[in-house]
Design a protein. Structure first.
Length: 364
């Protein structure tokens, strides 16, 4: 059994960054496990996302359960299955989220999650190429973020029309306010996708204290009582174990992380017993309350629905090629303090290669 100081399960948007930071100290011996492949030829090309959205070689192909609110449809829930995780297959639109949301989480008792407290980390992670206020934007981080100019006549016309009905042109919606209409900032630079695999792992692959293992499916956590001491994983059918002397970091994504906990006996006791899994630690919140924004019948009524998720073949409709680079990220509360619906306007042009090119009209 190999022993490491830290084991990181999942080399996605979070895991790649965690492995980078932990291995920056040469005294730390770090193992990074990824269930998927090292890369995919289409991943680095922005328009290549259309080739990955239903591709099992790079996508777990999850979908939601049919519900009345979706007219009995299963909605595709793409999740990346390669180094970089979903950052290697997603639409590359860069939106931090509403400051009010972070502050609400902090008020609910989640210490450290207020916008003032998370802002330094947002700044540290990015190298923003646009203008904006340095009080909100980072310039020297590993993740390159760009902000395209509305040079296309279609986009310029939409922004002008929005101004005529009182929606201001927001030059930086990841700055002081998200209200308004704006071009979509994107994790695209130099004509390629800025995934966490590219920005966080590629520069440090030569570190002697970092071992990256791909196509390594973590099957369970090794527990000593209620303490996690390592992981059990398989590579090409061979079961292996590794010990984490200081910590095991589970960063396998919003769906696979709770799945791994449950497979390891951590979760709701009744559910685990019904599945024939020995209960090692009763933790009722595992796997509960996943939420994902859905478009409702009313175009301005934002909602969130719970989904029971299963692994199955997702079948999104192929979207028309084009660039969806115009957004109205008005959030829960506007500058006037009143609640506003979240609205996103997608403008597609033929042959575009923007961050949302090829997205299904029902995709988030």
């Amino acid at each position: 059994m190999q022993t490491y100081d830290y084991i990181v399960v999942g080399a996605g948007s979070a895991g790649a960054a965690v492995a980078n930071r932990l291995s920056a100290d040469p005294r730390n011996k770090v193992l990074l496990l990824e269930a998927g492949r090292a890369s995919h030829p289409w991943s680095s090309i922005p328009i290549g996302m259309a080739r990955l959205i239903t591709n099992p070689a790079a996508n777990w192909l999850y979908s939601s359960e049919p519900e009345a609110s979706t007219n009995g449809r299963r909605l595709p829930v793409p999740r990346g299955k390669l180094l970089g995780g979903s950052s290697s297959i997603n639409g590359m639109v860069f939106v931090r989220g509403q400051a009010q949301d972070f502050d609400t989480w902090a008020q609910m008792g989640n210490r450290g999650w207020s916008y003032t407290e998370v802002l330094p980390f947002f700044k540290r992670m990015e190298s923003y190429a646009g203008g904006g206020d340095d009080g909100f934007r980072g310039r020297e981080g590993p993740l390159r973020v760009t902000n395209p100019e509305p040079r296309d006549l279609l986009f310029a016309t939409i922004i002008k029309a929005a101004a005529q009905v009182g929606i201001r042109h927001n030059l930086d919606y990841n700055g002081a306010s998200q209200a308004g209409i704006a071009m979509s900032q994107a994790t695209i630079a130099g004509g390629r996708r800025m995934s966490t695999a590219h920005c966080y792992l590629d520069p440090v692959r030569n570190r002697q204290n970092l071992h990256i293992e791909t196509q390594a499916l973590t099957e369970g956590l090794v527990l000593d009582g209620k303490r996690c001491t390592g992981v059990r994983y398989s590579v090409a059918g061979e079961v292996r174990e590794a010990r984490g002397g200081r910590a095991v970091v589970v960063s396998a994504g919003a769906f696979n992380s709770p799945q791994l906990l449950e497979l390891s006996g951590i979760g709701q006791p009744e559910r685990l017993r019904n599945l024939g899994i020995e209960v090692r630690h009763a933790l009722p919140g595992v796997g509960e309350k996943p939420a994902r924004p859905l478009r409702s019948a009313h175009p301005l009524a934002g909602r969130q629905k719970r989904h029971q998720l299963q692994r199955s073949g997702a079948r999104p409709r192929p979207g028309a090629p084009g660039a969806a680079v115009c957004a109205v990220p008005a959030g829960h509360a506007g500058d006037d303090g009143r609640p506003h619906p979240r609205v996103r306007v997608l403008a597609r042009g033929p042959g575009g290669t923007g961050p949302d090119a090829g997205l299904d009209s029902d995709a988030d």
